[in-house]
Design a protein around this ligand. Structure first.
Ligand code: RRO
Length: 333
């Protein structure tokens, strides 16, 4: 079940998704963090950030809306308080960072570099969160423009260059041309892409006319997001055959994970499913392992990108039929 995400080797392709597993080893109360591919921590900023007023979560028809509002203890407190517990748990750690300005991405990078330059400890990669939907105004959503995406990534990449860690740019599905934004992230210094963050949504109490989340709008995640994530991964893999890609969005079971790998992801992240069951990431891994064996795949690498190697034939009604050499037909559960 090993996989490679660019230069990073992982024992398996299932990670937690940023923002759904705490800042440190919180999920360790429910599962052995060392058994995951990696733990991606909730995004950290230069200064501590209080986040949005409650309520912050709301069930949606096929998932969840959140408006957490980037709450975090600040990078310095995280380095002091959370990294030791993650290291003792044997986790491989992906540090997600966010900023309100290009200068913030540089500063958070500088602080990480100062702290980790002698020993990277459990940290295997950085994730640049440039796509939180719950920022105060849309101008601050870096991932909505190629220029801002490239500027944020360049600032972070410059600051963390001495660490030699890859940066994955976490992008937003709320854009017209995701491939263009992905290209700007890679050109700016990202070694990989994490696809995708939540979709911008809103829930209203029609009686009062007020938003139901304390922060106003929110980000939609869960099964409703899954086909959007599959499309994003597919399109970006098509455009950037050698980029590292991590797929995230509505992974609730092993089949969903396999679908993202087939679309071209090198690894996947599990997020909203952990709100239903904190052990979900390991269940997804067990199901994916079983799925690979049942479908005759000898390694994760064999699954990655199968949809781009398919032999597609046209049926009389114009729909694509997928024939994959050497494997039995797949059916969604
Ligand atoms: O904290 C949040 O409200 C949040 C973040 Br940082 C993000 O990247 N995505 C999301 O749906 N919520």
């Amino acid at each position: 079940m090993t996989t490679r995400v660019g230069p990073v080797s992982l024992p398996n392709p299932v990670m937690t998704a940023s923002g759904t597993a705490g800042h440190g080893a919180e999920l360790g109360a429910y599962l052995d963090l060392s058994q995951l591919g990696a733990v991606v921590v909730k995004s950290l900023s230069v200064e501590p950030w209080a986040g949005n007023p409650a309520p912050r979560l709301l069930p949606a028809a096929a998932g969840m809306l959140n408006s957490v509002g980037l709450q975090n203890p600040g990078i310095d407190a995280w380095l002091a308080d959370d990294i030791p517990a993650l290291a003792s748990a044997g986790a491989r750690v992906v540090v997600s960072v966010w900023g309100r300005s290009v200068g913030d991405y540089a500063e958070v990078g500088r602080r990480l570099t100062t702290a980790l330059v002698r020993s990277r400890g459990p940290v295997v990669a950085l994730e640049a969160n440039i796509s939180c939907p719950n920022v105060e105004d849309r101008e601050r959503m870096f991932a909505h423009s190629t220029e801002a995406t490239s500027a944020a990534l360049s600032a972070l990449a410059g600051a963390v260059a001495p660490l030699g860690l890859p940066i994955w740019a976490k992008l937003s599905p709320n854009v017209t041309d995701l491939v263009a934004i992905a290209g700007a992230a890679l050109a700016g210094g990202a070694g990989g892409l994490t696809l995708v963050n939540t979709l911008m949504g809103l829930a209203i109490d029609p009686a009062s006319g007020l938003p139901r989340l304390g922060g106003g709008g929110g980000g939609l995640s869960g099964p409703a997001l899954h086909p959007i994530a599959v499309r994003a991964v597919y399109d970006c893999r098509q455009a950037f055959p050698s980029a590292s890609i991590v797929g995230v969005g509505g992974v609730s079971g092993g089949y969903d994970a396999a679908e993202l790998l087939s679309a071209g992801a090198d690894a996947v992240q599990v997020g909203t499913a952990s709100f239903v069951d904190p052990r979900a990431p390991l269940r997804v891994l067990a199901e994916l392992t079983e799925w690979c064996a049942a479908e005759g795949f000898g390694s994760v690498a064999e699954v990655v990108g199968t949809s781009h190697r398919r032999e597609a034939t046209r049926t009389p009604n114009g729909q694509n039929e997928v024939a994959r050499a050497g494997a039995a037909g797949k059916r969604a559960p």
